[in-house]
Design a protein around this ligand. Structure first.
Ligand SMILES: NC(=O)c1ccc[n+]([C@@H]2O[C@H](COP(=O)([O-])OP(=O)(O)OC[C@H]3O[C@@H](n4cnc5c(N)ncnc54)[C@H](OP(=O)(O)O)[C@@H]3O)[C@@H](O)[C@H]2O)c1
Length: 258
């Protein structure tokens, strides 16, 4: 894959806010035309207008729920109808939640699995054969720094264990696709200042400890612009000051009877 990305076509999911929106602007800044997806049509269309105006690239917003296979198929079909191909996929649409496992609603597991795992894997499956045919492509999966912690953080074990699975999948996929000229990169962000973390307790009490999306943008720009014969397999972008990324999580354990 050439490092000159002008005129390439990328799908970016979760692009209406947070990390996905920042990564869509990184791609647009490299001259890449975009197909952006998220459920909420209003913010998605605003993002498309904003990026098209600022970076002078074409940006097609497609409302899409990544938990629905038909929406993913529609996203890819619209991209191909508009641009003829997909060169780059940035999988970022995601949700999080915080529960002790015994209190976590079963529907919440399903939402996490369908959005954060199947949403990524199904969309890759829908673009991969065309990438193989065209002998180039780049897949960027936004995973999570919480996969670096063992055991995974308490109260996030379903979220984090699905991300561990996604990380393992991405690494395996790289080896399957390497000989087809396709790059697969996992980005492992630490706790970042977005709406997603805004909903989580214990992390945002001191917001100065959260990092901005800038470092993640830099990591993705690096992944997309390294020489054609190199693939950054994983990039961890970890903040210095949040408990998740410490080797031992300093949460207070509560023991029954104390
Ligand atoms: N923030 C962090 O600290 C952090 C750290 C590590 C990893 N991550 C990962 O980074 C990714 C993005 O997180 P973020 O912090 O940017 O979250 P965010 O600010 O809440 O943004 C999430 C984006 O995903 C979209 N989305 C959510 N569910 C969707 C669905 N079912 N179908 C389509 N789009 C959907 C949202 O739009 P709609 O709601 O309109 O659909 C929005 O555009 C997630 O995979 C998350 O796990 C985040």
């Amino acid at each position: 894959m050439s490092t000159d990305l002008k005129g390439r076509i990328a799908i970016v999911t979760g692009a209406s806010r947070g990390i996905g929106k920042s990564l869509a602007s990184t791609a647009a800044g490299l001259g890449i035309n975009l197909v952006i997806g998220a459920r909420g049509q209003g913010p998605l269309e605003e993002t498309a207008d904003e990026l098209a105006r600022k970076y002078k690239v074409r940006v097609l917003p497609v409302a899409c729920d990544v938990t629905k296979l038909e929406d993913l198929e529609n996203l890819v079909n619209k991209a191909k109808a508009e641009f003829g191909k997909v060169d780059i996929l940035i999988n970022c649409a995601g949700v999080s939640s915080q529960y002790p496992f015994n209190e976590q609603p079963i529907e919440d597991f399903e939402k996490l699995a369908h959005t954060n795992y199947l949403g990524y894997v199904r969309l890759i499956r829908l673009v991969i054969n065309d990438m193989i045919k065209q002998k180039y492509g780049a897949i960027i999966n936004i995973v999570s720094g919480s996969t670096l912690v063992d055991p995974v953080p308490r109260n996030f074990i379903v979220y984090s264990s699905l991300k561990v699975g996604l990380r393992a999948f991405s690494k395996g996929l790289f080896w399957e696709l390497r000989d087809h000229g396709i790059k697969v990169t996992s980005i492992l962000p630490g706790v970042t200042d977005t709406d997603l973390t805004g909903k989580l307790k214990d992390i945002t009490s001191d917001t100065s400890r959260l990092m901005s999306t800038q470092a993640i943008e830099d990591a993705v720009r690096f992944a997309l612009t390294v020489p054609a014969n190199v693939c950054p397999l994983e990039i961890s972008v970890i903040n210095q000051q949040t408990p998740w990324t410490a080797p031992v999580i300093p949460f207070k354990q509560q023991h029954p009877g104390k």
